[in-house]
Design a binder for this molecule. Structure first.
Ligand code: ARG
Length: 591
């Protein structure tokens, strides 16, 4: 399917032609914007007039005289200090939409001209630990960015940099060794049940090991020896470590399944995945002088990174006891991602509280020559999830909230909402349960994705599952309502474009917004900003509501008008469906 040239791009091209025909030397963007006054407004002429020392309104009039209207433009007029107001023909809008409709998959959206390879680091929980809301954000934002980039044609490599290495494993392994049946449980086919059980075993074991470690000096010594064994690659110790990793993965997969998110095992390359590179990474940094020894530790210093006492705070790549830390792993991962995976963009969907770490890691990699002009590294930092009280999300007892509990509550609430309308819509019990999941999980994802990632957001389930306002369920209803109309129209009338028909204002507004899907996606993909896609979709649903108010579909004046309106709503539904899918959110057919 050939991509569809957007109306914006077509108008822009005509204006650009007229601009350069008026002043051949000028190279000025017409600066076309959607406008309330007309369909579009171009304000680039002001810049041009300034350069040419001409009167902007006169220049605008000259440009206007040179614009080729053809079938595309219905009206063009000079307005304000020298803007051009542009109104399109109904026919041009309808034809454009018909072309998009003929491409159900991509809706006419062109893939990126120069796709590259992006490695994206997201959804990175820690082994033997509960997942919390921070892990939720990384997973939700990361998954949306993956879907969006893949849609543009980017080659995306996913990396789940799970915390699966470190001194805490000495304690866990030693405890398991002394209590060998602590992780045993029945294997079941039910991923949710296995996941719950795996985590509760891990949690119990973790707490017991911790208690012993703090209370018993001899156990502490044995545990410390275990760390040395682990690092030396002792097979029995590694096998025990692997048990923790496998058990945790069962849990992770159960949570990701609940989140309705596909996470693949081969993409899970945790901290341990870079063990073989750590020594070399340190050697390269030390030999090149990027890192220096300071009190035995291998450190990288920065002019602009200082502690509260004014002394420089280094990035520690290797501790004085020889142990490698978080930084060594991340630096090795950069080498792997740049040189082995050949990526030109490295993204990290990680909590804003780790921004200093990434700033130092990226700068170190730049000094070492691992990041160069051809490779971009960027942290997509996200803010904190807050409770209704505006404080970091905690239980009443002050503990971190288990992600699973949160998701279950969202699903419960959503199921109640779905059930209220179930009879009217004709949902089976199974559909209620399924939709409850899609609405609940969608609500959580949408709440996260509809504000700019760096901002903190309030986790407020009442608001999230509300039918009014900027929520996923509002968008899901918009989609389901269209499906219901299409079902009602049934065999009597099929959606079909009728470019010969005059369009009502609400139809034009809806159509022009539909045309902007591709341009919105380009912007969203370039800036890694899913919230702009959410805003686009919300606006689309709003246009749809206005359209319903003003333009009866099933009671249209003529059969042709009814077909044309069915076509408009069907294209809207496809755009909603596609857009929501890019955010990782389902659109049930009946709701
Ligand atoms: N596991 C870490 C955490 O729970 C996040 C890892 C982020 N990725 C990275 N390459 N450092 O906070």
């Amino acid at each position: 399917m050939a991509p569809v040239t957007s109306l914006t791009a077509s108008v822009n091209a005509r204006l650009a032609d007229a601009l350069s025909a008026t002043l051949p030397e000028a190279d000025v963007d017409p600066l076309l914007r959607r406008s309330d006054r007309a369909d579009y407004q171009a304000n680039g002429i002001l810049t041009l007039a300034k350069k040419a020392k001409a009167n902007p309104r006169e220049l605008a009039a000259q440009v206007l005289a040179k614009v080729e209207s053809g079938d595309l433009l219905k009206e063009i007029e000079v307005s304000g200090p020298g803007f051009l107001n542009i109104t399109l023909t109904d026919k041009a809008i309808a034809r454009n939409l018909a072309e998009r409709y003929a491409d159900p998959d991509r809706l006419g959206v062109a893939p990126a001209e120069h796709p590259g390879t992006t490695v994206i680091d997201y959804a990175q929980p820690n082994v033997a630990k509960e997942m919390h809301v921070g892990h939720l954000r990384s997973a939700v934002i990361g998954d949306a960015v993956v879907q969006i980039l893949e849609f543009t044609g980017e080659n995306v490599v996913r990396r789940h940099h799970i915390g699966d290495w470190g001194t805490q494993f000495g304690m866990l392994i030693q405890y398991l060794d002394e209590h060998p049946h602590e992780l045993d449980h029945e294997k079941s086919d039910d991923l949710q049940a296995s996941g719950e059980e795996a985590m509760s075993n891990l949690d119990r074991l973790y707490k017991a090991a911790r208690r012993l470690f703090d209370a018993d000096e001899e156990f502490k010594t044995r545990a410390r020896r275990r760390v040395v064994d682990l690092q030396a690659g002792d097979p029995a110790t590694l096998a025990a470590w692997q048990k923790f990793v496998d058990e945790s993965k069962i849990y992770f997969f159960s949570v990701f399944e609940k989140l309705d998110m596909e996470i693949r095992d081969p993409d899970i390359v945790g901290e341990s995945g870079y063990n073989d590179m750590l020594a070399e990474t340190c050697r390269l940094l030390e030999e090149s002088g990027v890192a220096v020894r300071s009190k035995g530790a291998l450190c990288v210093f920065f002019d602009d990174v200082k502690g509260p006492d004014g002394n420089p705070v280094p990035l520690i790549v290797q501790k004085s006891d020889g142990g490698y830390g978080y930084a060594a792993t991340d630096l090795s991962a950069i080498r792997d991602r740049v040189f082995n995976l050949k990526s030109n963009t490295l993204l990290y969907v990680v909590d804003a509280r780790q921004s200093l770490h990434f700033k130092m890691v990226f700068e170190t990699a730049r000094r070492a020559g691992w990041l160069s002009d051809g490779v971009k590294a960027q942290q997509l930092a996200f803010g904190t999830v807050l409770g209704k009280d505006g404080k970091p999300f905690k239980t009443r007892e002050g503990e971190t909230v288990r992600l699973v509990d949160l998701l279950d509550e969202a699903i419960d609430r959503a199921t109640t909402v779905v059930r209220e309308k179930a009879e009217k819509v004709g949902l089976t019990e199974q559909e209620i349960v399924e939709n409850g999941r899609y609405v609940g999980i969608g609500a959580v994802k949408y709440a996260d994705l509809s504000t700019s990632a760096v901002r903190d957001y309030k986790f407020d389930l009442d608001q999230m599952v509300s039918l009014n306002g900027d929520t996923s369920v509002y968008l899901q209803y918009a989609y389901a309502r269209i499906q219901s109309i299409l079902r009602k129209a049934g065999a009597a009338a099929a959606p079909a474009a009728h470019p010969e028909l005059e369009l009502a204002p609400a139809e034009r507004a809806l159509g022009l917004h539909l045309d902007q899907f591709g341009e919105t996606l380009t912007e969203v993909a370039e800036g890694y900003e899913p919230h702009k896609l959410a805003a686009y979709l919300f606006k689309l649903a709003t246009h749809l509501t206005t359209f319903y108010d003003q333009c009866p579909v099933l009671k249209a004046d003529t059969p042709a008008q009814m077909e044309n309106r069915l076509f408009l709503v069907d294209l809207t539904a496809r755009t909603l469906h596609r857009g929501m899918a890019l955010l990782g959110i389902r659109t049930p057919e009946k709701l």
